[in-house]
Every structure is written in C-alpha cells, then in structure tokens.
Design a protein around this ligand. Structure first.
Ligand code: FAD
Ligand code: SIN
Length: 522
C-alpha cells in the first residue's frame, strides 16, 4: 500500500506537465506518476508537426485560430472552450521555453512557424519534425529535478479505486481514491491511495491495429473511467490521419506529417492525378477528416492499396532541414524524395472524444481529473484541428493545477482492501489473447473505419459481444497480465465507439455514416 497526495497515470505531455506544476507549487506534497512502458513511451514522443499557437499578431490572430478550430470541429466544438484554449496558448508555450524546451527559430530569432491542414495561417511551433520527442525530453528532465515526484515506469494501472471496492460503503456519488497498479517487473499488484487522481493515459490507436500510435495506446484510462461510471462522450469521432507510410503488413505506421503538405507536397493517384483538387478548394490542406475521406473514396474507386504523396517539386535542401526524420525514414525505405513519391494510406490517429471533463479538468467522478487525449473537453468537436492536441494538454494540465491549488482536503477511507485475486490462476492462454486481439482489430478496421454504415455497426456489436464474453471469463479466472487487461480495455473502448456511432444520427466532421445520408435523402 502506497499513499500519495496526487496520483498521475501516464507520462506524456499531459501527465508530466501537471506533475511539474503541482510539485513546484507544493514541495511538501507527494506526486506519484505511474506509466506502463518506459517513462518516455507515449503518443507525445511521436508528435511531429508541433503546437498550434498564435504568436505573430501582425499576420495571425486569436480570432483566426478560433475560427479554424470551429470549422474543423464542424459545429460540435464548445465555442467558449475553443476561445479559452486558443488564448491561453502563448502563456503555456512560454512556460515550455522557460523549462528549456527547444523550438526552431528563423533567421530573425523568432519562432519558425509551420502550417498544417485546416489552418489559415502559419502558426505551428515545432522542433524539426520531432517536436514530441523534444517535449518529452525537456519535461522528463524537469520531473527528475523535483524530489517530491516519484516516477514508476513499467507500472500498469488496472482499475481506479472507488466505493465499489470498499466494503459497507454505500453512496450514490462515485469518488476515486487512487488505483490498483500492476508492477510489470515483479507481477505484484500495488494499492496506491491518493487524494486526487489524474488520468493522463492517452489515446486508443491500437484498437484499430493500423495506427500512427505506439502499441501502448490501448485506451486504458477511458475504459477504467467507464467502469468507474464516469461520463464518456464523443467516442464516434476517431480521427484518421490521411498520410501514414504504406506497408503491406499495416500495424503501427510511420507518420508523414501534415506539415509536409503544409510545405507544399501533393497527393496523387498512381497515374499522377492530383485528386484533392476535385474535392475541395483547399486541396491537400483541407482538414484531415476531409482528406482521409477523399483518399478512402479514391482507394475504393481504383482498388489500389495506397495513394502517393509527391515531394519531388519541393526545395529538398529546405525539406531536409525541416523534416530530417521523415527524410531519413524514407531513405531507409529506399524512397528517394527527389524523384520518388511516398506511398501513403490513412490510419487511425487520434480520439476526439473521451472522458468528459469541465473546464477545470474534473470528470463526473469525485477526486478524478482527466487531461490530454483520454479526455473530451469540447475543443475538438467532430474533428480536431492539426496540432491542437498538445496545446489542449498544456492548457488543461494548467487548469487542473489551478483547480487543485484551491481544492479542499479529501479524506481517503482507511479500509481500502488490497487487490483480490482469489481463485485465479496463471493464464495459459496467451495465444487466445493474441488471437482475440487480432480479431478485435480486424473488426474495428473492417466494420468501424473511416466510412461506416449501420448494418456493419450492428454486425460489429454482435461480434464484439462474443469477444467480450470470452475475455471477461478469462479475466475472472486469470492472474492479471498487462496483455489481458489491455485487451479487456480495448473491448470496452470498441464498445463505446460502436455504440456512440449508432447513437449519432447526423454526419459531422470525422464521423461519416452512409446510412445517415440514405435516411436524409428519403
Ligand atoms: P500520451 O502522450 O499518449 O501519454 C499517455 C501515457 O499514459 C503514456 O505514458 C502511457 O504509457 C501511459 N498509460 C496509458 N495507459 C496506462 C496504464 N494503464 N497504466 C499506466 N500508464 C498508462 N498532436 C499535436 O498537437 N501536434 C502534433 O504534431 C502531433 N503529432 C502526432 C504524431 C503522432 C505520430 C501521434 C501518434 C500523435 C500526434 N499528435 C500530435 C497527437 C498528440 O501527440 C497526442 O494527442 C498527445 O501527445 C497526447 O498526450 P497525452 O499526454 O494525453 O497522452
Ligand atoms: C502531423 O504532424 O501531421 C500530426 C499533427 C497532429 O496530429 O496534430
């Protein structure tokens, strides 16, 4: 049993930023960060394009960034949240600079600003094409300098501790008092008691298998919150990134940043046609929901497995300076950008919905906050504008920190029991877990992809229910393993995506269901 003032689940930009702020404010309080992989492993680490912030007020304005975010979100953003996040951006960026995070500067010593799909101006602050890697480096350095933060890598959060786990405690309101944590090195399960818990557990890309996300993105935080009865919203809005490097085997795929299209690259079919001009006047710089849907339509028309991204006409010296990582990866794959086109295909990238929070990051469960990709704030609506995710995590980790500076003391019950694994045995069924995972991912790709219809969604629910029964049975009988918990969580997340898809009767942003069009035209 460990007791801590603040338990943070996740070590991406959301968890680390919050931890640094609260640790600096309260040197006598303890912050425990648990994270299931190496400490830097996260979606954050792979962010390429950068952070959208209005800095050049001669050319840009808050109003324009707000407008671009609202257009991308297709009428489902919460306007006051959009305004709040956009206006807070410059202050949060200055903090990162003060914490010695590097960003590219131009020859005048001001931020070199990039452009991405859906942005009307150049406003994306970046560090080459490895912004997330640099952010993790700087934040982890800060975390290690603060003695009141303990970071526990390879510690997997299994479930939140709520009244449900405490005998004789009957109440309607649900409160969180920490979490049960699996030490992945020893297989021991710890009880971490906390006055306040922050879920900063990132995205869900692995539910689809073919994704820009690393394999750790299994939606654990959303599933845990769902089981604790927190409100979860907007799960139908899975964002597919238009341009990931095609590989026949799929899986975790290398991203070709939208900033490459911002730099002038063209999308072409195999025979060289620049097809985006047929669909949208913004061509390759339409918002990514539109570009992904157009690529999907071209692939269905031609039967080809990918389209191409053409960089051959670009200034290659400047390209290499901006995108050294992408250039190198292409070279490794024997794609010479001076003369070859990159084969690209959309892949699952980002979840716009998640655990519903208010402007201070509070969930509907007492003492439980959520921040970053696992949360749903109202900023993104039906489709996130590029490079607004890191921004959102920075702004909300600050808001949560401010809220907790004023929070009353929480009395954590004394009688929290240790994890109960009576009647379970070591699972001998690893092969079953792998098999079910593959089935789940294929189901989500084939039935719940970029373009959906109600028949397929209903079929998906039917198949998913069978998987659910099988995995719940295994979970009841088995000693906990990370793979089993992740699979169980992904099934919960898939259920939420499908159910909330069926509930949506109108297509918006990244949600495109053919059945809704048929119904509307009847
Ligand atoms: P993450 O960074 O994903 O961190 C989640 C953490 O939670 C990880 O440490 C993970 O190990 C931990 N965790 C999860 N489950 C558990 C558990 N059960 N127990 C313990 N720990 C757990 N956004 C932008 O704004 N700009 C960009 O340029 C950009 N580029 C991107 C490029 C790629 C390839 C990808 C994948 C995403 C990109 N995004 C970008 C999106 C953005 O990076 C993420 O949305 C953001 O970094 C999420 O931060 P986070 O802290 O919420 O989650
Ligand atoms: C990218 O660089 O294309 C990803 C940006 C984002 O997801 O915001």
């Amino acid at each position: 049993m460990i007791s801590t003032n603040y338990l943070v689940i996740g070590s991406g930009v959301a968890g680390l930023t919050f931890a640094v702020k609260i640790a600096q404010k309260f040197p006598n309080k303890t912050i425990t960060i648990v994270t299931k992989g190496d400490e830097e492993e996260s979606n954050t680490k792979y962010a390429q394009g950068g952070i959208a912030v209005v800095l050049n007020e001669q050319k840009d304005s808050f109003a324009k960034h707000i407008e671009d975010t609202l257009i991308a979100g297709d009428g489902l953003c919460t306007p006051e949240i959009v305004a709040m996040v956009v206006k807070e951006g410059p202050k949060r960026l200055q903090e990162l600079v003060a914490w010695e995070t590097n960003f590219d500067l131009d020859s005048n010593g001001t931020f070199d600003l990039g452009k991405e799909g859906g942005h009307s101006e150049y406003r994306v602050v970046h560090y080459k094409d490895i912004t997330g890697f640099e952010l993790e480096r700087a934040l982890l350095k800060k975390v290690h300098q603060l003695p009141n933060i303990t970071i526990l890598p390879h510690h997997f959060a299994i479930d939140l501790i709520t009244e449900h786990h405490i005998e004789n405690k009957e109440t309607d309101a649900v409160s969180c008092y920490g979490a049960y944590i699996l030490n992945q090195c020893t297989d021991k399960i710890l009880t971490i008691k906390a006055q306040h818990t922050l879920l900063a557990s990132g995205g869900i890309g692995s539910v689809y298998g073919h994704t820009t996300n690393p394999i750790i993105a299994t939606g654990d935080g959303i599933a845990m919150a769902y089981r604790a009865k927190a409100v979860i919203k907007g799960m139908e809005f899975v964002q597919f990134h238009p341009t990931t490097m095609y590989t026949p085997e799929g899986g975790s795929s290398f991203l070709i940043s939208e900033a490459v299209r911002g730099f002038g690259a063209y999308l072409r079919t195999k025979d060289g046609h620049r097809f985006m001009l047929d669909y949208d006047s913004r061509a390759e710089l339409a918002s990514r929901d539109i570009v992904s849907q157009c690529i999907d339509s071209e692939l269905k028309k031609t039967g080809d497995p990918f389209v191409y991204l053409d960089c051959t006409h670009l200034d290659m010296a400047a390209f290499k300076k901006h995108f050294p990582n992408i250039y190198e990866k292409c070279s490794e794959e024997h794609i010479q950008l001076e003369k070859d086109w990159i084969p690209v295909v959309p892949a699952s990238h980002y979840l716009c919905g998640g655990i519903d929070i208010d402007k201070n990051g509070k969930t509907s469960v007492n003492n439980l906050y959520a921040c970053g990709e696992c949360s749903r704030t109202g900023l993104h609506g039906a489709n996130r504008l590029a490079s607004n995710s890191l921004l959102e995590a920075l702004v909300y980790s600050h808001n949560i920190y401010l809220d907790l500076c004023e929070a009353p003391k929480v009395n954590v019950p004394e009688n929290i029991p240790p994890w109960n694994d009576d009647g379970t045995s070591i699972p001998k069924e690893h092969i079953l877990i792998q098999h079910n995972l593959k089935q789940l991912q294929a189901l989500m790709r084939n039935y719940v992809g970029i373009v959906r219809n109600n028949d397929r969604l209903h079929m998906a629910i039917k198949h998913l229910n069978l998987l659910y029964e099988e995995v719940e049975e295994l979970y009841r009988k088995s000693k906990i393993t990370t793979a089993l918990c992740e699979l169980r969580n992904m099934i919960n997340v898939a259920h939420l995506i499908i159910q909330q898809s069926l509930n949506r009767k109108e297509n918006k942003g990244g949600y495109y269901n053919i059945s809704n069009i048929k119904k509307a035209s009847k």
